[in-house]
Design a protein. Structure first.
Length: 197
């Protein structure tokens, strides 16, 4: 698994390597809907953006993460972030997460295509056998979106994380394995084709 910064491009979205130069654009995207107010995940604001990006870049330097900004191709604007994390080359596995979108980019083809690009890279370029998607048990919107991708729910990690608020978070674990990838890919491509008409 070659964990180097890479640009992934589709019809609706470009995933570009996250850098500190994206700080203002990421905060602007999070401002669309004041996303940092959520209690279900951590989305940076102007006070926390530097720490957010530094953590992602440190994760990359350690070979454990590969962070991206999500760019809407039609506008050229950054509309969110996503990343591979918990990359485990020996197991040919990784997680996809830290994904959030500006309110105006939600319920558009952007998230579907971003996931298709990430999953294609994971299963084709990295030859992964397993991709995980993990979310807060309380985050119904995220859970529904992950199931729509075709991922399978595996279980709940109790008191998995302690959030900035101090709440102990139970996390739901989903996965897609290599034998399921062709069907998941076909489903995502079909969804994108329907939404592009």
């Amino acid at each position: 698994m070659n964990i180097i910064p890479i640009t992934l491009e589709g019809r609706h979205v470009v995933l570009s390597p996250l850098t500190m130069a994206h700080a203002d654009a990421v905060v602007a995207a999070a401002s669309d809907g004041e996303l940092w107010k959520t209690t279900l995940t951590f989305i940076p604001d102007s006070k926390s953006i530097e720490t957010y990006i530094e953590a992602a870049l440190t994760g990359h330097a350690l070979g454990k993460e590969l962070p991206f900004v999500i760019v809407n191709k039609s506008s050229g604007q950054v509309v969110g972030t996503t990343r591979f994390y918990e990359i485990r080359p020996n197991d040919r596995a990784a997680a996809i997460g830290y994904t959030w979108l500006a309110k105006s980019a939600q319920r558009t083809p952007i998230n579907t295509e971003a996931k298709l690009l990430l999953l294609t890279h994971a299963f084709k370029a990295w030859r992964c056998v397993r991709i995980e998607l993990i979310t807060d048990v309380l985050n119904e919107q995220s859970r529904a979106a992950i199931l729509r991708l075709g991922a399978k729910q595996e279980g709940i990690l109790r008191k998995h994380l302690i959030l900035h608020s101090g709440r102990s978070r139970d996390s739901v674990v989903f996965s897609i394995i290599d034998s399921e990838w062709p069907e998941v890919k076909a489903n995502l491509e079909a969804k994108l084709q329907r939404r592009s008409k």
